[in-house]
Design a protein around this ligand. Structure first.
Ligand SMILES: C[S@@+](CC[C@H](N)C(=O)[O-])C[C@H]1O[C@@H](n2cnc3c(N)ncnc32)[C@H](O)[C@@H]1O
Length: 228
């Protein structure tokens, strides 16, 4: 017998080291300028208590932006720019990242990180403010990819906005849907985790989407909007 159950057990038994390997592999995929900028942005994030995407999640966002041939990406939750660097690196060279955050100080760090990574100033449009105030002002069907990494308790509202913002064939990604293991924990959970479970159900049930839950970082829920 080849592979089979024994192989599967070996893989799941090493899950933590596989995860660490995927992160280490992701970290090796970036060039020197990006690497230095990412390290700097991660340090700023740590100091500010902001959760930046993992290296493997960053590599996945880069891959997805490239697969979509993304020219316009909307990001909720700029943070200090870790995810933004990965998204811009995967987008077309003339692509523009529109990134929203309630905290202008974080956005200043992100601006510096993008510059240090070698991206021209016109590659990113920073919009300070609350996502639920800003998103309704963005264009219908104007985006190839919408990345949601803001306030998890607003994930259902981000989902509704993302469906409007995406062009047919575009994709939406939600970071952090595992909520550090709380999403699958049968114990009592806070409202934001219950919202994430609702989101997982809504994405799964939608006839308009082709979804997949990717086990990178803290869980990356992705879905492509079908072309009709
Ligand atoms: C998890 S961090 C984003 C990290 C970033 N995506 C990265 O990987 O570098 C979440 C960010 O969302 C911002 N945020 C929180 N609530 C928000 C809201 N309602 N609208 C927009 N941004 C929000 C926070 O200020 C914080 O910078």
């Amino acid at each position: 017998m080849r592979g089979g159950r024994g192989q599967e057990r070996a893989i799941t038994g090493n899950r933590q080291s596989n995860w660490a390997f995927a992160d280490a592999y992701g970290a090796e995929l970036v060039d020197d300028a990006e690497n230095a900028a990412l390290r700097w942005a991660r340090e700023r994030a740590q100091q500010a208590g902001v959760r930046a995407v993992s290296p493997a999640t960053g590599a996945t966002l880069r891959l997805l932006a490239a697969t979509a041939g993304a020219k316009a990406v909307a990001e909720i939750g700029t943070g200090t720019g870790v995810s933004g660097i990965h998204l811009m690196a995967g987008m077309r060279p003339d692509g523009v990242l529109t990134t929203v955050d309630t905290d202008p100080e974080q956005q200043q760090f992100a601006r510096q990180a993008f510059r240090a990574a070698g991206f021209a100033g016109n590659r990113a449009r920073f919009i300070p403010g609350s996502a639920l105030d800003v998103l309704p002002r963005l264009a219908d069907r104007g985006y190839d990819l919408v990345f949601c990494d803001g306030d998890r308790s607003e994930c259902l509202e981000y989902f509704a906005e993302a469906l409007r913002l995406l062009r047919p064939g575009g994709l939406v990604c939600f970071e952090g849907v595992f909520a550090n293991g709380r999403t699958v924990d049968a114990g009592a959970q806070p409202a934001e985790v219950r919202k994430l479970r609702e989101l997982l159900g809504a994405v799964r049930e939608s006839d308009d989407l082709v979804p997949s839950l990717l086990p990178v970082g803290d869980g990356l829920l992705c879905a492509v909007k079908r072309e009709r």
